[in-house]
Design a protein around this ligand. Structure first.
Ligand SMILES: O=C1O[C@H](COP(=O)(O)O)[C@@H](O)[C@H](O)[C@H]1O
Length: 232
């Protein structure tokens, strides 16, 4: 059994998003006040869209905030599958338009070829990351740590910042921050919505086999605080 992390439950997603956006903004500004700069790692997919919009209006010294992605699909920046496109359209707007964003996808044709360059491009990021916002798929994946991929053990064991992933059961080759990179953070949030994700989360707490449900690699560790934000 995995010991449950901080679990915050909301009646609706709007209440969750409002509180999470407020908390992230506060932590980013505190990091800027203390260290002169802050770093934020966000996930893609469908869940964080409104959270991004709320965050973009927050009063933070955004020009001192470095933003990147937990994972990316290896597709062009104009594709609807691009996590970078989502971030550009919904987070890097309004007050947050001046944040320093670095995407994970580059001009190489595969994530295997592009991985080294991505790591170089992230080398100047303030670390440990101040805030990491993760999502979770119904198969228990987080970042692009897919249980069905042949790279899952590497993603969960490498000391490198990034790993190329070919999910098998999900579309598009991916690049993902590694478990080592994600856990080297001051605060992780797991942002999940709906009864199905709640059931997946509860199933993840049942044992520690991270290869079959990679979210366990985050929930089953005690080095980095993980707050779970769930709404119906
Ligand atoms: O493929 C991905 O899926 C997860 C979960 O996405 P959601 O649509 O269920 O919110 C996401 O966290 C990850 O960044 C994305 O690449």
């Amino acid at each position: 059994m995995i010991k449950e992390s901080v679990f915050k439950s909301f009646d609706n997603k709007e209440a969750l998003e409002a509180q999470l956006a407020e908390r992230i903004a506060k932590q980013l500004q505190e990091a800027v006040d203390i260290r002169g700069k802050a770093s934020l790692v966000v996930s893609g997919g469908s869940t964080p869209l409104k959270l991004f919009q709320l965050l973009s209006h927050k009063s933070v010294e955004w020009s001192d905030v470095y933003i990147t992605l937990a994972d990316e699909r290896w597709v062009g920046g104009e594709s609807d599958d691009s996590n970078e496109k989502l971030v550009r359209a919904h987070l890097l707007q309004n007050r947050a338009a001046s944040a320093k964003f670095q995407g994970l996808k580059n001009m190489f044709s595969t994530p295997e070829e592009g991985c080294e360059m991505t790591m170089e491009q992230l080398a100047h990021f303030p670390r440990p990351f101040d805030v990491v916002v993760l999502g979770m798929g119904n198969d228990g994946h987080t970042c692009s740590w897919f249980p069905c991929s042949k790279e899952i053990e590497l993603a969960l064991s490498t000391d490198k910042l990034c790993v190329a992933v070919n999910p098998g059961a999900a579309p598009n080759p991916r690049i993902s921050l590694s478990k080592t990179a994600i856990l080297a953070s001051r605060q992780i949030y797991l942002h999940i919505v709906g009864e199905q994700k709640l059931a997946v989360y509860r199933q993840a707490l049942e044992n520690e086999d991270a290869n079959s449900m990679p979210i366990r690699a985050v929930l089953g560790q005690h080095k980095t605080p993980v707050d779970v934000y769930w709404s119906a």
